[in-house]
Design a protein around this ligand. Structure first.
Ligand code: 13P
Length: 284
């Protein structure tokens, strides 16, 4: 299959009560591990690419790898810019072949966030590309996005509803208490915000910071209208642990395939587990 916008599967996800995972792409092993998981699970999925990951891999490599992964897996795949910081970067991604973009205007004043997001939506929708917007600020660190827990601000439901009405984004990230990275304690998710916003907008809600959220909380969030869940750190932790153990136990190991291959398998298993948890397995 070729790359598709998120609108190919997100409306159905919200209607049928499952969520599609956004799995972040960091290098070739992530691309292959995620695509292999999706093929086995017959699950649609979203490749999330942060601006930092794009600088690391190069935008042309990102698009080429995603296209091959979509063909190879045979399931619907969206290639999505994660936390795009400007109109320009979103347009650059669309021109390069991305099928979806996030414009993260959450650090702008509310009205300015609406105005800027609308501009991205207008340009993206004109060429069949889906858009995610964000309201409230999600704590934690992810590449260029760094928010102190003290500055993390939950979204106000009435503002989130008006944001969606005025921007018509295809997926709506609202800060509900999750954070990027692993949690020190258990995240306190505001299910009441998810419920109220979801009831009043057509688009599904996006849960950022999906790593380390207890399974029951994920299931409850999906029931209430979360249709997209982002996972990066858990795949990184699983891969790195395997590589670290192998290199620790085998100081003479020098062929990268010998440790990156098992690292790739660990990513695949992590992603398969999430697809089952999100109930997206068999929904391709
Ligand atoms: P985690 O790294 O906490 O899984 O969050 C990923 C994410 O939200 C990407 O936008």
């Amino acid at each position: 299959m070729s790359l598709v916008p998120m609108t190919e599967f997100l409306p159905r996800a919200k209607k049928e009560g499952f969520a599609v995972g956004q799995f972040n792409m960091n290098n070739l092993e992530f691309v292959q591990g995620i695509a292999a998981a999706a093929k086995e699970e017959q699950s649609p999925f979203i490749f999330g690419v942060s601006e930092g990951a794009m600088r690391y891999m190069g935008i042309e490599y990102v698009v080429a790898m995603a296209r091959i992964a979509a063909q190879e897996s045979g399931v619907p795949v969206a290639l999505h810019l994660d936390h795009g910081s400007s109109f320009e970067v979103a347009m650059k991604c669309i021109q390069a072949g991305f099928s979806s973009v996030m414009f993260d205007g959450s650090h702008y004043p509310y009205e300015e966030n609406i105005r800027l997001t609308r501009e991205v939506v207008k340009a993206a929708h004109a060429v069949g590309v889906s858009v995610e917007g964000e309201l409230g600020t999600i704590g934690g660190v992810e590449d260029d996005v760094q928010v102190d827990e003290a500055d993390a601000a939950l979204a106000k439901p009435e503002e989130a509803i008006r944001f969606w009405e005025e921007t018509q984004v295809d997926a709506m990230a609202v800060a509900v208490g999750t954070a990027h990275g692993m949690y020190k304690g258990e995240p306190k998710i505001r299910f009441d915000i998810i419920e109220e916003v979801s009831r009043n907008i057509e688009a599904p809600i996006v849960l950022h910071g999906g790593s380390g959220v207890p399974d029951e909380s994920i299931q409850k969030a999906v029931q209430l209208g979360v249709g997209k869940i982002n996972v990066n750190t858990e795949s990184q932790v699983a891969c790195t642990q395997v590589v670290r153990d192998l290199l620790g136990e085998n100081p003479d190991m020098i062929d990268p395939r010998k440790y990156l291959g098992p690292g790739r398998d660990a990513i695949k298993e992590t992603v398969k587990g999430k697809m089952r948890l999100f109930n997206s397995s068999g929904k391709a």
